[in-house]
Design a protein around this ligand. Structure first.
Ligand code: ATP
Ligand code: MG
Length: 378
């Protein structure tokens, strides 16, 4: 494309930022007085699988519709492949979308549903026939060409919707909770398949879900959203290990909050004490807090260990011990936990010596990934 504006890159080039495939610059969308999307800044790299993750109503579909061109922003600009598209109509944006409810045309056959986008773009009949056959083969739908959507299972309808989005060879594939209507097994199988197709085609993808395990397993990066705002954009591992705030921490994976005191702030790190132990945490989430402040330490279940060797930070009493096959989830009552109870995850062999509900245990904090946050409401 020669029409790309010559915009200098201000950040060091990384896989995700060299020439964004999709860019949102301060995009806001209001419906009447309510703000569905608030100042969204987002850069998605070529071929990247970016997930929008957040609870119902946080603005995921709104963001997708803004990229597709079905909604216009009140503020901000949207770029696809470096070209400004804010005022470009949906049909000219080269995005393929799978809607939250598939939205297949019920009166049309599978083949006509898939051909629709090509016809609308004036592609010739022979070419349409070839491309529809190819994409149906890829989606394992050969032989279903003449059926109507109501004659297909949910999983098959889902594939038709995907075929319809892919057949136009979109610059950006937009998937809005595409697996939510599928049962657990089919969902798992479709996740693997979509990820495989996405990687093979190298198509930039924005995937919407409110299921954190789906997001963690599929995505190159995840944008965690809450109430119209993007809270953090990072790789699955970085979100898990270094959540930027307590919403992200609680939304991704499991964990417990422990009452702690801020001892020392340095450039990148801070030290907090929990019971009898000091723990090093990133300083950024504690910006503005002074030594002596009460803070909450967020720890993952696997970073708490039962100990007998004198390195315990505090004590607790086992409330429940739940066998999970390869590991045991231990719920422990302790005044050190911000809400009175914490959760630990022990390898089955480490849990062998613990006698279950009512037993007193000493708890050590291990691992280097604890994060502390200012007290709630601060
Ligand atoms: N056309 C509309 N008119 C008025 N309000 C709307 C409209 N579309 C969305 N909203 C509101 O904007 C907010 C964000 O909606 P959106 O559909 O983007 O949420 P979502 O994150 O996709 O949720 P879900 O997971 O339930 O699909 C919600 O409060 C919703 O009620
Ligand atoms: Mg939605």
């Amino acid at each position: 494309m020669l029409s790309r504006p010559g915009r200098a890159s201000v950040t060091a080039p990384t896989a995700a930022s060299v020439e964004a495939a999709v860019r949102l610059d301060g995009v806001t969308k209001r419906f009447g007085p309510s703000v569905a999307l608030d100042q969204a800044w987002l850069k998605i790299g070529r071929g990247e699988f970016m997930t929008l993750l957040g609870p119902s109503g946080c603005g995921k579909t709104t963001l997708l519709n803004l990229v597709a061109g079905f909604l216009a922003p009140n503020e901000g600009e949207i770029f696809i492949d470096g070209s400004l598209v804010t005022d470009v109509p949906a049909f000219a944006r080269q995005t393929g979308i799978v809607f939250q409810n598939y939205a297949l045309f019920p009166h049309m056959t599978v083949a006509s549903n898939v051909a629709y986008g090509l016809k609308a773009r004036g592609v010739g009949k022979d070419e349409i026939g070839k491309r529809v056959a190819d994409v149906l083969a890829m989606m394992k739908l050969t032989g279903y060409e003449a059926r109507k959507p109501r004659e297909l299972s949910g999983g098959q309808q889902q594939r038709v919707a995907l075929a319809r989005a892919l057949v136009i060879e979109p610059k950006v594939l937009l998937l809005d909770e595409p697996f939510s209507a599928l049962d657990k097994n089919l969902r798992g199988a479709m996740q693997v398949e979509v990820k495989e197709i996405q990687r093979r085609l190298g198509v930039t993808t924005i995937f919407v879900t409110h299921d954190q395990s789906e997001a963690l397993s599929l995505s190159d990066r995840i944008a965690v959203m809450s109430a119209g705002r993007i809270c953090q954009i990072d790789t699955p591992e970085a979100l898990y290990r270094r959540p930027a705030d307590r919403f992200v921490a609680s939304f991704i994976g499991e964990g417990s909050l422990l009452s702690a005191t801020l001892d020392r702030m340095e450039d990148d790190s801070a030290t907090v004490s929990v019971g009898r132990r000091a723990v090093t945490v990133p300083s950024a989430p504690l910006a503005g807090q002074s030594p002596g402040a009460r803070v909450d330490l967020f720890v993952r279940p696997e970073h708490l260990q039962v100990t007998t060797t004198g390195d315990a930070a505090f004590e607790g009493e086992v409330a429940a011990s739940i066998y999970q096959g390869d590991h045991v989830d231990l719920y422990v009552d302790t005044p050190q936990a911000a809400n009175g109870r914490l959760m630990m995850r022990l390898a089955a062999r480490d849990a062998a010596g613990i006698s279950g509900a009512g037993s007193k245990i000493a708890i050590a904090i291990t691992g280097e990934d604890a994060v502390a946050f200012p007290p709630a409401g601060a």
